[in-house]
Design a protein around this ligand. Structure first.
Ligand SMILES: [Zn+2]
Length: 127
């Protein structure tokens, strides 16, 4: 099922991204960074710990929204950025470029195959 593939891909990327951003988010709260106020007012650890549960709920809600939007984007684009390779001249194209040329190679007009696993399916083409 294609949709399941996109949901899994999205979940993986959003999870990595949100874990990378989390420390910066927490540091911003601790140092009291506020881009609208334009200044920095550090808050004590007790206040920080008191804010933490609320901050995590907000952060989680944002991550879920981001996940939903990102998943829909992947489904909408339907792998248009996946790479395809020409079976004859081994020219590599993105799916959207291939589709524009009725699914044929733009260089020689031969049939295209997904790049993923191409050299496993055609070991003779390996240099
Ligand atoms: Zn070709």
């Amino acid at each position: 099922m294609e949709t399941m593939k996109y949901i899994k891909q999205s979940a993986k990327r959003v999870a990595i991204f949100s874990l990378l951003i989390l420390p910066f988010f927490l540091i911003c709260i601790k140092v009291g960074y506020n881009k609208w106020a334009g200044d920095i007012k550090p808050i004590p650890w007790e206040a920080f710990l008191a804010l933490l549960p609320k901050a995590m709920i907000i952060y989680t809600a944002n991550v879920i929204c981001f996940f939903i939007i990102y998943t829909m984007m992947l489904i909408f684009l339907k792998g248009s950025n996946d790479s395809y390779i020409c079976t004859k001249c081994e020219n590599v194209l993105k799916k959207w470029q291939m589709d524009k040329n009725s699914g044929k190679c733009t260089a020689c007009g031969s049939n295209m195959e997904p790049l993923e696993g191409f050299y496993e399916r055609h070991p003779e083409k390996r240099d």
